[in-house]
Structure formats: structure tokens, C-alpha cells
Write a protein that binds this ligand. Structure first.
Ligand code: LLP
Length: 429
């Protein structure tokens, strides 16, 4: 199987960076997420360098929803990243990580006045999703005696080749404002007393392996930017969102590199803004493509069973990694302690949750697996821990960070006590 550069097979074991996953699982227990810090840094730099080769004012805003671990946010802050934040919690994580408020964008299709107040208080720009929200933020900023800097999220009405649940810029999406209504939205923003429109934003979807939709989105955004300039809007940033996919099927798929993304998108962007005589910062919001392949989820085999198919029952299910159950997503699995053995049959890797849909990897050709073996689920760094739950009262996994020869927990495993930590007992019980 093709492996990214930080994963390797040595003497039959899967290694991540300089660490044997079999030893890590023995030491820290399972289920265990393990992340390679250098891989995240390298991916970030790839993006930044590829885009800056075309245009200097570029800011990468990491989509914090993909993996909100505070240590990882700190690593990205250290690299100079900002963040796309979608909730007060993500805003707090980004600020605590030391990210510059001016490198953050508060996104979302349904923000409360309290959310807006928080963004204004911290001087964070807000991407508005409706003119109703414009009215609200004008009032909230006015009450504060401040001016809110905003963009609107455009719905560019683009069909994109991805799972329907993660296509966010199609005409019927709940996100954004149809682009025909955008000029009116900006006119209203220009007229609002406590608001200054300074940007424009879109996000067309996630796990997109083709380049053309991104090029098309850039074309639409530059075209709309032209309309806004004519209205008198001074654009400080144009945010093209995230969405570059990764090759979850290692031997069958290929994802564009950040370099290829830049080669396709940047000429459209740079020529477009140059023709308009403006020089706004270019913002992009990658999540998955920065962190997904940095991380493996290690899970122990509890038992095997030959029923109508051969099941390998492991200790992580959709409580730890919901993507296969939720999107029929494919993740490669490797028997980490038999990584050099040839396939011995077809197995279905199933989790411990009491639902038939709790299948991590159906019908995979794997070596002969037995109780105690270790399975590594690859590409688990994006929307993995971030979407984990405590369903079936199972504590969420620990997260370990490795860097060169070093390793340290960046989140301990939850315990059963953690599960009941928020309980309240009604007085009649
Ligand atoms: N910006 C905005 C406004 C977004 O909504 C998202 C993702 C991103 C950026 C980052 O997109 P990325 O570069 O990661 O594709 N849970 C799903 C993915 C949901 C994506 C939601 N929005 C999954 O596991 O596939």
C-alpha cells in the first residue's frame, strides 16, 4: 500500500515517524489517536509556499473543526496559521492557541447574538450568512460602541463531486447567500451604521479531488468582487474556503497537491484582482488536507468471528471515528503488528457499538488476524476525534503527539468518571 512519508513498515510493524505503533499502543493503551507533528507542519508550509509563490498577501486559516486539539492548534499558530472558527468554543481554542484575532474568521449559518458579541469583543471578523444576521450584528456592535468588520458567505451554486452531505456550495445548501442577492446584501452592509464590509467568503464543499470546482469558485468570487468594488466596498480579503480532498484509497485515488491547487487557482485569482486594481489578502481555509493523514487511530482486536463473513472485532467504533458510518467513508486499515504479511482472507473490521452500522472497514483483504493484534486506521486526523462521541457510555480515546524521537499525550483518554462528571441529580431521585 502506498504510504505517506511519515508512515513506514519496519520489521513487520507500522511506524509513525520514529515510533513503532505497536509499542505506542502497548504503552498508552487503545483506542489511541497518534499524530505526527512534523507532517502537519509540512502540509501547512506546502500550502503557504505554493500560494505565496503567486501572491504575497496570503493567509491560511486552518479549519479548526477538522481537529481542534489545543496542541495541534498551537503547532499551527506557531507556523503562522489563522483559523476558520465555527463556534464560541472554536474561537476560544484559536485565541488560547495564540492565534492573531485578525487571522480568524467567525463562520456559521446560525450564530446567536452572544456569538456575535464574542467575535466583536475579540476583534474577530465575522462571515455573515444572511441579511437577518447583518441586522443583528449591527445592533450588537452598536451596543458595544464598535464597528464590526464582516464578509458575507456567497453560495456560488456549484455542483461538486463529493458526498452530498459535505457539498456546501450547491444551490440548495443551507449555507451562504445566493450570489444574485449578494450586491443587495453589501449595499445594506454599507448603509449599516456599525458594520464595515471588508471581505467576501465561500466554501464549496469538502473532500473534493478535482481542481476545476475550485477554479470555478475563484472565477465566481473574482467576478463578484468586481461588483462589490463598483458598489464602493473596500475588500481586504477574499476567502476561497477549504475543501481539497485527500486520497483515502491510497492505491486508487490521487489528490491534487497544494502546489497543483495554486497552479490552477492562483492565475485566475491574481489576474482577476489585478484587473480590478485591488490587492486584497487571499484567505483559504483548509482543514482535512492539513491534518487528515498526520494521524492514525490504533485499535486492538478483541476477537474474530467467522459468521457469514469474517469479522474482526476491535475496541474502536463509530464512537471514536464516525466517518465510515456517517458517510460510508473509506479508510485504509493496516494490521500494525503484521504489516509485512500478505493478505490471508477478506475481513470486516467492526467496532464495539451496539449498532449494525458500526463497521470501520468492510471486506478488506488482511493478513491472518487474531485476538490481541493491533489495527491502524489511517487518515484519521480530520473529523476523527473531533466528531467522536461517548455513545454507549464509552470514553473517548487519548491523543498522542509524536515529533522526531519525542512523544507526549496531547489529550489523555477519558475515564468512566469523566462520563458522569456533568451529571445533576434531580432532587426527587
Ligand atoms: N471552511 C468552512 C466554512 C467549512 O465549513 C469547512 C468544512 C472547511 C472550511 C474545511 O473544509 P476541508 O478543507 O476540511 O474540506 N465531517 C465531514 C467534513 C465536513 C466539513 C465541514 N466543513 C467529513 O468527515 O468528511
Amino acid at each position: 500500500m502506498n504510504l505517506p512519508p511519515h508512515l513506514s513498515v519496519r520489521e513487520g510493524h507500522l511506524w509513525i515517524g520514529e515510533h513503532d505503533t505497536v509499542r505506542l499502543a502497548g504503552e498508552y493503551g487503545t483506542p489511541l489517536y497518534v499524530t505526527d507533528e512534523e507532517r502537519v507542519r509540512a502540509r501547512y508550509r506546502e500550502y503557504r509556499d505554493a500560494l505565496q509563490a503567486y501572491y504575497e498577501p496570503v493567509q491560511v486559516l486552518y479549519a479548526a473543526k477538522a481537529n481542534g486539539n489545543p496542541a495541534l492548534l498551537r503547532v499551527l499558530a506557531d507556523e503562522g496559521a489563522g483559523a476558520d472558527v465555527f463556534s464560541p468554543g472554536e474561537l476560544d481554542l484559536a485565541l488560547r492557541a495564540g492565534m492573531d484575532p485578525l487571522r480568524l474568521l467567525f463562520n456559521g449559518s446560525s450564530k446567536s447574538r452572544e456569538d456575535l458579541r464574542l467575535a466583536i469583543e475579540h476583534g474577530v471578523r465575522v462571515s455573515l450568512d444572511s441579511t437577518d444576521e447583518l441586522r443583528a450584528i449591527d445592533e450588537v456592535a452598536g451596543a458595544f460602541g464598535k464597528t464590526a468588520e464582516v464578509s458575507f458567505r456567497v453560495n456560488p451554486a456549484l455542483e461538486v463531486p463529493t458526498h452530498p452531505k459535505i457539498a456546501t456550495g450547491i444551490a440548495s445548501s443551507k449555507f451562504g447567500i445566493p450570489h444574485a442577492e449578494i450586491p443587495d446584501a453589501y449595499r445594506a452592509a454599507l448603509a449599516a451604521e456599525h458594520v464595515r464590509p471588508v471581505g467576501i467568503h465561500c466554501h464549496i464543499g469538502s473532500q473534493i479531488l478535482a481542481l476545476e470546482p475550485f477554479v470555478e469558485a475563484a472565477r465566481v468570487m473574482v467576478w463578484i468582487a468586481g461588483e462589490l468594488v463598483r458598489l464602493g466596498v473596500v475588500l481586504e480579503f477574499i476567502d476561497l474556503g477549504g475543501g481539497l480532498g485527500i486520497p483515502y484509497r491510497h492505491d486508487e485515488e490521487r489528490a491534487p497537491t497544494p502546489r497543483e491547487y495554486a497552479d490552477a487557482v492562483m492565475p485566475v485569482f491574481v489576474d482577476g484582482v489585478t484587473a480590478l486594481g485591488i490587492r486584497p489578502a487571499l484567505w483559504v481555509e483548509p482543514g482535512r488536507s492539513l491534518v487528515a493523514d498526520s494521524t492514525v487511530l490504533l485499535t486492538r482486536v478483541n476477537s474474530t468471528k467467522d459468521a457469514h463473513r469474517r469479522f474482526v472485532n476491535v475496541d474502536a467504533g463509530f464512537n471514536q471515528l464516525i466517518r465510515p458510518a456517517m458517510y460510508d467513508a473509506y479508510h485504509e486499515v493496516v494490521v500494525a503488528n503484521r504489516a509485512d504479511q500478505p493478505p490471508a482472507g477478506v475481513c470486516t473490521v467492526a467496532g464495539p457499538i451496539c449498532e449494525s452500522g458500526d463497521i470501520l472497514a468492510p471486506d478488506r483483504a488482511l493478513p491472518a488476524v487474531q485476538e490481541g493484534d493491533l489495527i491502524a486506521v489511517l487518515d484519521a486526523g480530520a473529523y476523527g476525534f473531533a466528531m467522536a462521541s461517548q455513545y454507549n457510555a464509552r470514553p473517548r480515546a487519548a491523543e498522542l503527539l509524536v515529533r522526531g524521537p519525542d512523544r507526549a499525550l496531547m489529550r489523555r483518554a477519558e475515564t468512566i468518571d469523566d462520563l458522569v462528571g456533568t451529571r445533576a441529580t434531580p432532587p426527587w431521585l
